[in-house]
Write a protein that binds this ligand. Structure first.
Ligand code: FES
Length: 251
């Protein structure tokens, strides 16, 4: 039997001085196998055309439909309502600038992060348009591909307690981007350049290791493994102390 879904959705227009942040309720019958994305479209078409939320690909590729659902960051286009209880609370992702209702601006943060980590291949020689293509093994190409799969949805940052406390935190997405260039044999950036990005306490050593980024990444990226790699890289280059106090058992 079809369930009746009860939605409580955050509403606010930060550009309207009269707007007050509030939760708004909507009720509708569940459509079998419907995603949250199609359900939000139904709410907008049948009940409230003013509701704002983002989507582009509807296939878990563009990352624009990320939001908090019952307190957890996820992709609306990848989540079926059947996976959720009948009462569903939706908020915009924290950490990012609010555009309106469930829509946030992740692009500005990711653009700034790309500048911060210099997200392009660094080479010592100038580009030769007539030169031969640089070759790499299939295994190396696959290793880089695995680190390239981030869709910049922002779920890792929205789930991260450190990012919510300090807006300058590099986050898993930024750290993963650096790891991608460290894995690339065509990239010739110096150790000093990598240290400048990874060593500050707003980067790798700022991570307290809760690893919610790894738990909530909708693409199952190897974030836990890459945090460990970045820590080992810093230790090997003398930029991280391994004499942290031994964790004590509580109770
Ligand atoms: S709409 Fe593109 S990831 Fe959901």
């Amino acid at each position: 039997m079809a369930r009746t879904l009860h939605f409580s959705i955050f509403r606010h227009n930060p550009y309207d001085p009269q707007s007050v942040p509030r939760m708004q309720s909507y009720t509708l019958d569940e459509t079998p196998r419907a995603t949250l994305f199609t359900t939000l479209n139904r709410i907008r078409e049948e009940q409230d055309p003013s509701l704002q939320f983002d989507f582009v690909c509807r296939a878990a590729i563009c990352g624009s439909c990320a939001m908090l659902v019952n307190g957890r960051p996820l992709l609306a286009c990848k989540t079926r309502t059947e996976e959720l209880p009948e009462t569903i609370t939706m908020h915009p992702l924290p950490f990012f600038r609010l555009v309106g209702d469930l829509s946030v601006d992740t692009g500005s943060w990711f653009g700034e992060m790309e500048q911060r980590v210099e997200s392009w291949v660094h080479q010592q020689h100038s580009f030769d348009p007539n030169g031969l293509e640089e070759r790499m093994s299939n295994d190396k190409a696959l290793e880089i591909y695995e680190l390239e799969r981030c869709i910049e949805c922002g779920c890792c940052l929205a789930a991260c307690g450190v990012a919510l406390m300090r807006p300058d935190f590099l986050g898993a997405a930024g750290m993963l981007r650096v790891a991608r260039y460290l894995a690339d044999p065509r990239d010739h950036r110096s150790e000093a350049q990598v240290l400048e990005v990874l060593a500050p306490d707003s980067a790798v050593s700022g991570c307290v290791g809760f690893l919610a980024c790894d738990d909530f990444c909708p693409k199952n990226l190897p974030l836990e493994e890459q945090w460990a790699f970045a820590r080992r890289w810093l230790l090997a280059h003398g930029a991280l102390s391994d004499n942290r106090p031994t964790p004590q058992r509580i109770g």
